[in-house]
Design a protein. Sequence first.
Length: 251
Amino acid sequence: MPEPSTDTGDQRTGGRRRLLAALRHPSRQQLVVGLLLAVVGFAAITQMRSYQVDDTYAGYREQALIDVLNGLAGTTQRAEAELARLEETRAELQSDTSAEQAAIEQARAEADALAVLAGTVPVTGPGIRVTITEETGQVDIDSLLDTVQEMRTAFAEAMQVNGQVRVIASTSFEDGVGGIYVDGTLLEPPYVIDVIGDPATLHGGMVFPDGPVDQLERDGASVQIEELQSLDIESVVEPQRLDYTQPGSGS
């Protein structure tokens, strides 16, 4: 039986040694080849991943892609138009709210002014206090009426007599024993008339020639006028209940 050849075994052993030596101590050429292989492999992996990220439109033709873009543009335009419409609606609502608030505030101001004129609320403001004291004679009712009328002409906003009776457009004056009835209430002298308005204007409406002061003095009374920066009128008129009157249609 022939003996196995030792040449082949030696060749294999030598090849392994050369491979191990090359791995442990690679040459410059081997390093360059390895680096190129690594770059090629990395590029291949990156390309494969890029294909896997999003291939939604990968198979679309050029016209199909154009149609998709046109559809997206149309959707954007509709969204922008809807946004503009909503913003316009919001602006209109804000404008309507502002107009409504302004109308409410104006209505409240008018209601407050009417309440003052109707004498249904207490008021405070600058004005004058006229004190009429009977000395040598009795104050004539016409002289008192003229005094009230001149105060109205001088833009009086509110008046009261003796702190008890609020004077309004419908206030009545009648002669009484020992005094004057004002809206059914007997008031005795001295008569104190509180008037709210511009003090200088109201004062001027009392002292012009043959005006209220001259008339009252001819009746035998003395008149004292005080200009006040703050005057309280607390007497009020109870609102009259209307049983039959109703607002008209305005037509």
